[in-house]
Design a protein around this ligand. Sequence first.
Ligand SMILES: Cc1ncc(COP(=O)(O)O)c(C=O)c1O
Length: 411
Amino acid sequence: MRAATFARSAVWAASRSSRTLQASRPLRLFSIKAEAASDSKQKALDPNRLSITQTSSPKPLSQPETLVFGREFTDHMLAIEWTQEDGWLDPKITPYQNLSLDPATCVFHYAFECFEGMKAYKDKDGKVRLFRPDMNMARLNKSASRIALPTFEPASFIELISKLVNLDSRFIPNQRGYSLYLRPTMIGTQKTLGVGPPGSALLYVIASPVGPYYPTGFKAVSLEATDYAVRAWPGGVGDKKLGANYAPCIVPQLQAASRGYQQNLWLFGEEEYVTEVGTMNMFVVLKDKKTGQKELITAPLDGTILEGVTRDSVLALARERLVPEGWKVTERKYTMNELYEASQDGRLVEAFGAGTAAIVSPIRTIAWKGKHVECGLKETEESGETALRVKEWIEAIQYGEEEHEWSVKIA
Ligand SMILES: Cc1ncc(COP(=O)(O)O)c(C=O)c1O
């Protein structure tokens, strides 16, 4: 049996900031570099071997305003099986259908599952576009190899996904804010209860038309700073998009909801570092105590933070567009106490989550240690200026209003 070999890499790197005591300590990066289960001797993923079986009963289209996230699916799905002996078998697009799996299949027992979340958009000319699909492919390959599943050639998978999206493009509403949410998923399909690397896998993609996250405009959320449950930890898998990372977060979310908070703000360690918010990366805007300079801050990719595509896009655009306005843009550790003090001094200008589903999600307040840390919004405001600007910048690229290399035309 193939042995999964993992090369452990724990790297020490200098912190990029000396602004706070915590940040001036060296940043320890935790992440395992896993060897992929596939190798070059096996058959590669090959879009030329794709077969398409079209549905004989196309679904009626829903009114765009009635779409609920992830509830409706398009007519077709893409699926590719992998075996250890043969590598990637022929890709197939078929009518959307149930999977048939033996009850002993390893995904049900040991959580051999990873996934992606990405979107296809229709521009004003009716052309279909993906947003930075290379980043989703890279992340899926990292997630898959961490749980001993096979990897694939990113360009080939993007080509196959594009075929599916084009076939089902009638499901993408032609308005800003609407899109087709794509869910590439990989599962281990070996039918044995022995705990070991799966000898077979299935890579598939389903697609769901979605509307804007905030159909009637932004609604700022209230968070509960969560210290009694931990989403991710050094040496763990919080930087991978594994299904196993998500189920354990639901009970803390329900508990926060029972106290009137929409989301958890995940803290880490004695220092109470701020990490992520719900299933989004967290951003804050602080004003410097002495100079008043604005700083856009997000936690560094130290192995405990998901490498969000939106996070990376926000950082890149902020470096390009906010730094010339005199801002500082920083990836560094920051604590709940730092946010509390800044809020008390009136220096916490704004806080927002960032992710594919909503692009940005403004935050009104954070409940922490019996206090409410106010995040810079007036009572009448639902978003700060930075979150609004970032959303506008990213949407303009996604919908092809601003031509940009991140937006990839596929039809
Ligand atoms: C835990 C977590 N953090 C951050 C993100 C945001 O990532 P992205 O911008 O790639 O959607 C997601 C969403 O996928 C997530 O699940």
